[in-house]
Design a protein around this ligand. Sequence first.
Ligand code: GDD
Ligand code: MG
Length: 338
Amino acid sequence: MKAAILIGGQGTRLRPFTLDTPKPLLPVLNRPFLEYQFRVLRSHGVRDIALCTSYRAENFRRAFGDGRRLGVRLKYVRETIPLGTGGAAKNAEKLLGGGTALILNGDVLNAFDVRAFLRFHRERRAEISIALTRVKDPTAFGLVLTDERGRVRRFLEKPSWDEVETNTINAGAYLFEPSVFTHIPAGKTYSLERGLFPERLAAGALLGGWVAPGYWIDIGTVDKYLQVHLDILHGRTPFKADGVTAGPQADAIVAAGAGSRVAPFARFSGAVSLGRRVRVGRGAQLTDCVVLDDAAVGDGARLERCVVGARARVGTHAVLGPGAALAGGSRVGDYSQL
Ligand code: GDD
Ligand code: MG
């Protein structure tokens, strides 16, 4: 089976980090985020992957090339203007080999069993199957209501709270029969979630909804981007981080990229991810945070639940509190508080 991954979004909710790096290429524990999803696909025998790019398309080619290094075979499709999730999937049609195809959102880490998903799809003879997951706040996602036999009854993108009838949402992974593509207009902006799914339901087509067990996250916000690091470091996912050392205090988990240096008396707690060539100053305290490549944290600075962009400088004794997101290359003065 071949797959297409939709990676053309601008990642506006993850600015400033996505201003120069598209969301699926943001580093997670010193690897581009999308590499984790490649690994899941590869482990289930899916190696032929079309990447549907638009925003900063050239960055993907530079990062992954033909994919051989990662054990996958990558092909690229590029939209000159973003065509939405539907237009992007339609563009990949010719690369998907004419069989049942797997379509994925590129900002989701989904440790799901692709074969079990395919079995579900085949058993039901569905035209489209949608992988589902359960979340506390469905309003940020596509709400999917199913019946007791796993057939989709309703698909409602970004519902308001008074429309929330279930906690199952679209996990951003679909199986499409080849005939599905005839229902997607070519060369036009079109949404799978607001167009194709509700329209096929209204036409009486059989859409399956399969609740995917296993770890799932969409890294679309700064908070979730931080969270995926903490989840991997705490062992809540099937993935392992490289360069993990116990912190100076045994209760912390710290992963550090090559060339990072931590000065004496620095203290870590919770889970901390350091990029490559990061400097952590004397007596700095870091709790549950991510510091990207070439950033420097000054002596005595305190960081908690925040993300420090590449090449940023945090002054001595500065304090960065929960939710702080420091743009790449920016500076926080000595003793300032954010
Ligand atoms: N090529 C291309 N072109 N890709 C696009 C475009 C486009 O015009 N628009 C969005 N994408 C890609 C994004 O890069 C991302 O990987 C994926 O499609 C989903 O877009 P998001 O902008 O992240 O959507 P969302 O998170 O608000 O909602 C989607 O994902 C949820 C699960 O995380 C929807 O599919 C929801 O229904 C779903 O619940
Ligand atoms: Mg998303």
